[in-house]
Design a protein around this ligand. Structure first.
Ligand code: CMP
Length: 148
């Protein structure tokens, strides 16, 4: 099987609306493994790095101020074709067009405030996750010792 890593970010609107648990629950129920996770307040510099491909677009400044406006939850997940699987689970960028059953389809109506980000191609995952995590932050959940 094609085991892959994927970078995921729960955006400030989802944190504010109390949707962290709902989103993490969907990821876990799907069977993806959470390898690393933390809640942070993203800096301006981090936001510019994460969204560098959108620099110059009309929505760029709004996007940066939105993702730096409050805490976000960043994580690395792993599983077979994790990038394709996560992209299907989050749905169309525009919440009003996203299919019911997807995260944005069920909880978002906007393109700009669309709750969640997941890297859109396997080649970009390493770059995006390295903005927030070091290699040693990725944990092997299979081999964790029991606390008992
Ligand atoms: P995301 O998947 O995080 O990737 C880029 C983000 O830019 C996207 O989700 C949206 O939040 C935002 N975005 C993309 N297109 C537009 C747009 N036309 N207007 C406003 N925001 C946008």
């Amino acid at each position: 099987m094609n085991e892959e890593l994927e970078f995921v970010m729960i955006k400030p609107d989802a944190v504010r609306r109390g949707l962290i648990g709902e989103i993490i629950s969907r990821i876990e129920r799907k069977g993806l493994k959470i390898k690393a996770m933390k809640m942070i307040k993203m800096s301006n510099e981090m936001a510019h790095k994460l969204y560098e491909e959108h620099e110059g677009k009309p929505f760029f400044e709004d996007l940066v101020s939105y993702v730096t406006s409050g805490p976000v939850v960043v994580m690395v997940v792993e599983g077979p074709s994790a990038v394709t699987v996560m992209r299907k689970m989050i749905g169309d960028t525009d919440g009003s067009k996203a299919e019911p059953g997807t995260i944005r389809g069920d909880f978002a109506l906007s393109k700009a405030r669309n709750l969640i980000h997941a890297t859109d191609s396997p080649e970009k995952v390493e770059r995006e996750m390295s903005i927030f995590f070091k290699k040693e932050d990725l944990l092997d959940t299979e081999n964790m010792h029991s606390i008992y």
